[in-house]
Each structure stands twice: as C-alpha cells, then as structure tokens.
Ligand binder design. Sequence first.
Ligand SMILES: [Zn+2]
Length: 146
Amino acid sequence: MDARAMLAVALEEARIGRAEDGIPIGAALFSRDGELLGRGHNRRVQDDDPSVHGETDAFRAAGRRRSYRDTVMVTTLSPCWYCSGLVRQFGISAVVIGESRTFAGGAAWLRESGVEVIDLDSTECYELLQGFIAEHPEVWNEDIGE
Ligand SMILES: [Zn+2]
C-alpha cells in the first residue's frame, strides 16, 4: 500500500476542517489495494457533536461492509481511545498515522493487539494541528477530554 498517497487524502480532509474553523484532523478508509472507501474530518465544532472524529466520519462515509480485514484507516493524528476502539471492534487490520507527536493516542495498544501501524511522522500534519492548538487551546483540550 502507498501510505503517503493515502495520507494525502486525510490531510486534505484536515485542511477542509481548518477552513471550516474546526479541529484540523482528517481521515480516510481505504482498501488495502488503495481503493478509497470513505473520507471525513473532525466536525466537533461544526456539528456541535463530540462523536464526529475524523476516523468515525470516514468510517460512516464508507457505509456497510461484511468485513474490514482488508481495510486501512488513515488518519492525520494518532487515533484516540474511541477511534482505536473502532479499529479493534471492526477488525480494521492496518492504521496509517500522520503524526503522534501531538498526541500518542492508542497507537501502542493497537500495535500490541496485532494491528499493523505505520507512523509517517508528517511535519505537515504536525504543523497544521499545532497551528490550530496555538489559536484555540480550549477547543483542543475539550477534544482530548482534558
Ligand atoms: Zn478519535
């Protein structure tokens, strides 16, 4: 799989979120052979809905599937516990992470659980989110439950 090409789609979603004055975290669900199944971004602020994370938005956009074994969740930021739980619940077998410097999330737990985790440590993802956090620290703290 081309992890960088997949991350580019998630990053585009994060930028859409930023343009909407939302938390700039984007995600996409792909098949392992690179077919885009769904994409989305965090819309906590836009929809006043704390359950709409990038990953859940992309997951819902992908619709129903019999199995998620052959899918890859791509996200600009290491998935939180809620989204890591989603990966485990549905048996998504791989996760591509833009960065885990801002937030470590459940990446280590996913690895221990046998999920293939690729962390690209993208400066673009990091700087996009850090720019938002510097402007809106209270929104960020609310999002991560602190
Ligand atoms: Zn999440």
